[in-house]
Design a protein. Structure first.
Length: 179
């Protein structure tokens, strides 16, 4: 299947989704995570009411502290989904995140990751958290395993928020909480 070859080429090209690149090799952990984030949009289906319409872009929001610097902007510029751009926004809190399709939550002085997750629960937003921030987990949760950036997926939470995650992405996760 041609789509699968394109997926594999994209994954091998960045060596991030398959977790085949050690964090210490030539790229930083932040660069690897920044490469993951815009790619997730290809493997998630949003309900029609939340999916971008017309030529509107996918919104990738960093809520709280930004651990990526310019890496996320660079990664998003190289990606598109169904001809739509991926635009990165920065927010201090989950308030105003209703138009976000993907939200990386890192906490801020005014709002913890747990509070951000609670504010977004039940909304069609793919929440992404990081083990470095400890505590609560989003639908996708980054961690380091054997020196490699990996992720877990909570498919049950995704489903309850109206999102469907492709089996191709689920197959790459180190663990999946089933619906």
């Amino acid at each position: 299947m041609q789509w699968d070859r394109h997926l594999l080429a994209a994954l091998a090209g960045t060596a991030v989704l398959a977790g085949s690149m050690p964090v210490a090799a030539a790229v930083t952990e932040a660069e690897v995570k920044a490469a993951f984030l815009p790619r997730f949009a290809r493997y998630v289906t949003w309900p029609p009411s939340a999916a971008p319409s017309g030529s509107n872009p996918y919104m990738l929001c960093v809520i709280g502290a930004d651990p990526f610097g310019g890496d996320l902007q660079s990664a998003a510029r190289t990606q598109s989904v169904d001809g739509r751009k991926i635009v990165v926004r920065h927010l201090d809190s989950a308030a105003g995140a209703d138009d976000c399709h993907i939200a990386f939550l890192s906490g801020s002085r005014g709002q913890s990751v747990g509070q951000m997750l609670a504010a977004l629960r039940g909304k069609p937003v793919l929440t992404v958290t990081d083990a470095r921030n400890g505590g609560p987990r989003g639908i996708i949760h980054f961690s380091i395993l054997d020196g490699r950036v990996r992720f877990s997926i909570d498919e049950a939470e995704a489903s309850s928020d109206g999102l469907a995650i492709s089996s191709r992405l689920l197959a790459l996760a180190i663990s999946v909480t089933q619906r």
